[in-house]
Design a protein around this ligand. Sequence first.
Ligand code: SF4
Length: 515
Amino acid sequence: MEKFQESMYKLIVETSTKLPKDVRRAILAAKLKENAGTRAAMSLDTITDNILKADENVSPICQDTGLPTFKIKVPVGANQIEMKKAIRNAIADATKDTKLRPNSVDSITGDNSGDNLGDGTPVIKFEQWEKDYIDARLILKGGGCENKNIQYSLPAELEGLGRAGRDLDGIRKCIMHSVYQAQGQGCSAGFIGVGIGGDRTSGYELAKEMLFRSVDDVNPNENLRKLEEYVMENANKLGIGTMGFGGETTLLGCKVGVINRIPASFFVSVAYNCWAYRRLGVKLNPETGEITEWLYQEGETVDFTKAEEEAAAAVEQQEEKTRSITLEAPITEEQIRELKVGDVVTINGMMHTGRDAIHKHLMDNPAPIDLNGQIIYHCGPVMAKDGEGNWVVKAAGPTTSIREEPYQGDIMKKFGIRAVIGKGGMGPKTLAALREHGGVYLNAIGGAAQYYAECMEKVEGVDLMEFGVPEAMWHIRVNGFTAVVTMDSHGNSLHEHVEKSSLQKLEQFKEPVFN
Ligand code: SF4
């Protein structure tokens, strides 16, 4: 069992730090398709850069560990109780080694267990089979994309698409709608797993099961193969693009499965996964617990170099076309009013992290430091101490900003905050506050945890550690931190614009295709 635990540790570390080859191929293909000089091309450049940095540093691709979910097939006689213990130990060890951010919290109190263990975490599902080896697979699916999962109960009336009936065409409409409703908020470009049938639970189970299929496989069910191909071709016409910035690629993979249902129910369940599709698997010898084969790793090493070169050229063109502005806190209202949606901003100097617990706290309490003119970063970083006891940032991508919508505008006005950085955009309340107070929302590239960690030169301090490492307020000095203005102080929101234009594009898919 010791060897099995070691193998599970390797599987966890590899899954957290290295994207599988099938996913890399899909990202490379998207990158080559994207027009030079666009925000989408720049975002994909950051994403590929981030993938390579994670490889190099053996550090988490994204700071959001997500919910570790293991699917394990075992020969008859394998001791599942002991295996479960070994997996839990391996999870705790990988967390201690900062390969996973502590991410398991008490659902009521929000207390973080600190080791990614708790009731229901990790998820471990066993199945017996007649083969003579163990097949162990793991997916780390983050919250940003998990929150964009959706389940339809047919028949249904869908925005932009009208009536979706209880047939293949109704299913087609649900899938197209699922991509539209996710916008860029699940860190697009993404992958979807679709489950047709079952009940509400088994439908979602099947959708998630589909995420364990290889991106390159072909559905043996002819109807579903056609459906998958249709969705891949047409969802990319919605123009949502990477991070919802607009662009050619919105979806990188679509896998559909079907199970029976009862006559009274007809569910279509969709599991959305971000580009940071951390899913790997191994075959193991049941006698020794050793890894005999890695899964999803067929084919040659995926070389991003060509794409990187094209991206570098694209960035040069982009710099000619768009304004690139450098900011350093404290920022004045005049500087903020100068900024417009689409500007690329590079930040040097101080920023301060804050996510759910901090925002809630700041509503009713004074800030631990003077936040006037400062920048708040929606981020729950992975932190570690170096040999001299200093904090260092191991992973620090943006978290989903919309969760702070009830607080953000009030907090900006109360403390004089001039800029917030996050991902996915914010709503009308924040947009109104940005206009009134003179503030700006910057969209960083979701999942680019290594890329941003490298911009972080020094941790100057930390407050409110009682909320736990990811939720504390970290005061960090950055250099060359780049993000895009997606909501400005003049009432403009790129998120609103892309949502409206993608809805118009969705309407072209209203007419029946599969009968
Ligand atoms: S890439 Fe985005 S959605 Fe995916 S785990 Fe990271 S923050 Fe969450």
